[in-house]
Design a protein around this ligand. Structure first.
Ligand SMILES: [Zn+2]
Length: 139
């Protein structure tokens, strides 16, 4: 199943990049010097970090939104689920558009678009007092 890139992915990637350098430092220290290699602390992906809204979130919840246009994300690089929901609720962007901009696969985008369309029709039917038409295909 597709999921957007998060701060956790970023932290794990940074750690993977740093790891070979640490190994090299350890090797040199053992064979040539008695100096302790500067050990980079391992990344703790369970440590909560503040979102720009102030919520403390685990890194896997903070979605990388750098591929969104600035008029949608402002100067934000990551967004927690509350910040994302706020975007959808205010109609700044739909969830399907959001997923498409983050590089989500076409079928996931289509699923969300169909769900949004169904919700829109249901609202319209309620407004006009129509009975809901059963969906022929559940998105
Ligand atoms: Zn937030």
């Amino acid at each position: 199943m597709w999921r957007p890139r998060t701060l956790e992915d970023e932290l794990l990637e940074r750690q993977a990049v740093a790891a070979p350098a640490r190994m090299m430092a350890g090797f040199t220290a053992e064979t040539e010097t008695t100096e302790e290699p500067p050990a980079a602390p391992p990344v703790d992906v369970t440590r909560r970090v503040p979102c720009a809204c102030g919520r403390l979130c685990p890194p896997f919840e903070l979605v990388d939104v750098r591929s969104l246009p600035p008029e949608v994300r402002g100067d934000r690089e990551y967004m927690c689920c509350a910040c994302r929901r706020r975007l959808f609720r205010r109609g700044i962007i739909t969830e399907s558009e959001f997923i498409a901009m983050l590089g989500g696969p076409a079928d996931v985008v289509a699923w969300h678009r169909a769900a949004e369309e169904r919700k829109r029709r249901e609202k319209e039917n309620q407004r006009f007092g129509r009975k809901p038409i059963p969906a022929t295909r559940e998105p």
